[in-house]
Design a protein around this ligand. Structure first.
Ligand code: GTP
Ligand code: MG
Length: 199
């Protein structure tokens, strides 16, 4: 897929306060520090477009990026960080859930997991929520460069989900073509109807 020019479109820190509807959107979620922002930069071939950090929990907003005319990629706040589950859920839960449930132009969501951790309880919860709102979903196993080849293969095989599982490395670019292939298929598929949204 030829990637069109990418640019930052806007951010939302409260439910409902999103940029005006436009091109089809695909969301990227996952635990804090799993590599969501690095994934987006690698996918777009733009090193510094999306801010990355060593400090977990930096992306607190829903960030929208335009990719050419026909696509937007959306960086969701990371979960699994903060002092306690209740505090954390209070801050990101409603925002992520509102966005995923109501955004009528949203065509699918990628759930990123670290190859060294695999699917954890909050990832499973997010996948269950995506199924509930009838969104296409896939798991992207990130940072595969962090393990030796055999160990990486075993760790990837251990990630079992009822949706596609794709290995990826933002460092080497491995998996980039497969991810683009999946995104293209999502853009070509019919839109969800049941949870069609008003905004
Ligand atoms: P939050 O926004 O805080 O939720 O984090 P994030 O999920 O956006 O993670 P981010 O992209 O900021 O990456 C976190 C750290 O992991 C950074 O130090 C990245 O350089 C590193 N990292 C991300 N992807 C990869 C990868 O594929 N390979 C390696 N080796 N490091 C990676
Ligand atoms: Mg980030």
């Amino acid at each position: 897929m030829r990637v069109g020019a990418a640019s930052f479109l806007g951010a939302a820190s409260r439910p409902g306060h999103y940029p005006p509807l436009g091109a089809a959107e695909i969301a990227v979620g996952g635990r804090s520090n799993v590599g969501k922002s690095s994934f987006l930069n690698a996918l777009l071939g733009r090193r510094g477009l999306v801010r990355t950090s060593r400090t977990p929990g930096r992306t607190r907003q829903v960030n929208f990026f335009a990719v050419g005319e026909a696509l937007r990629l959306v960086d969701l706040p990371g979960y699994g960080f903060a002092t306690g589950p209740a505090t954390e859920r209070a801050s990101w839960g409603p925002l992520i859930e509102d966005y995923l449930a109501t955004r009528s132009t949203l065509r699918g969501a990628l759930v990123l997991v670290d190859v060294r951790r695999g699917l954890e309880a909050d990832d499973e919860q997010l996948l269950a929520y995506l199924a509930h709102v009838e969104l296409a979903a896939a798991v992207v196993v990130t940072k595969v460069d962090k393990l030796a080849r055999g160990a990486a293969t075993r760790a990837i095989a251990a990630v079992t989900a009822s949706v596609p599982v794709l290995p990826f490395s933002a460092r080497t670019g491995a998996g980039r073509d497969a991810v683009w292939g999946l995104l293209r298929a999502w853009l070509d598929a019919p839109v969800r109807t049941r949870h069609n949204a008003s905004r």
